[in-house]
Design a protein. Structure first.
Length: 163
């Protein structure tokens, strides 16, 4: 299985909020099988670090918690597949952003998940979740625990080839 994890869900592994226990249990369980692959977009790295820092500055994390979260994330990052973001992924992300009115980084996340034909798109952003379902991805939101099938299947482009 290829699990694509978006920042909105992965951050819950490190910062206590709704869905934390669910995402921790899921990642720890599913990472035990060598046949399971976790993937994330390249933009996730910057988004995670930005969220850690904002959480420290906003007093959601202590300095010690911040350092532990950054260190634990770095360890996990080493074991995650990162799809190459090429011109086709960038162009597809623009189309997705226009079609679904989602944020730019979310569009890159979705285009990356489509590129690798993810079996499950894990996220906690309702707009992105709806766009992913409409684009043919099964989704899971650790906050509500619902696994939802794709609304429809759209033909996926070959985003591996550079233009």
């Amino acid at each position: 299985m290829i699990y694509f994890i978006d920042t909105s869900a992965w951050i819950k592994f490190f910062i206590m909020e709704d869905g934390t226990q669910e995402i921790q249990d899921f990642i720890l369980k599913e990472s035990q099988s060598e046949s399971n692959i976790f993937a994330a977009s390249a933009v996730t790295y910057a988004e995670m670090h930005a969220t850690f820092k904002r959480s420290l500055n906003g007093n959601r994390l202590t300095e010690e918690q911040y350092n532990e979260a950054v260190s634990a994330f770095s360890d996990q990052w080493e074991n995650v597949d990162i799809p190459v973001v090429n011109n086709l992924v960038i162009e597809e992300s623009g189309k997705l952003a226009q079609k679904y009115a989602i944020k730019g980084c979310d569009a890159i996340q979705l285009a990356s998940a489509l590129k690798i034909h993810a079996d499950l798109f894990i996220n906690s952003d309702n707009d992105l979740q709806d766009a992913a379902k409409d684009s043919g991805l099964k989704v899971w939101n650790p906050v509500d625990g619902k696994f939802e099938e794709a609304k429809s299947y759209s033909e996926r482009k070959d985003l591996d080839k550079e233009v």
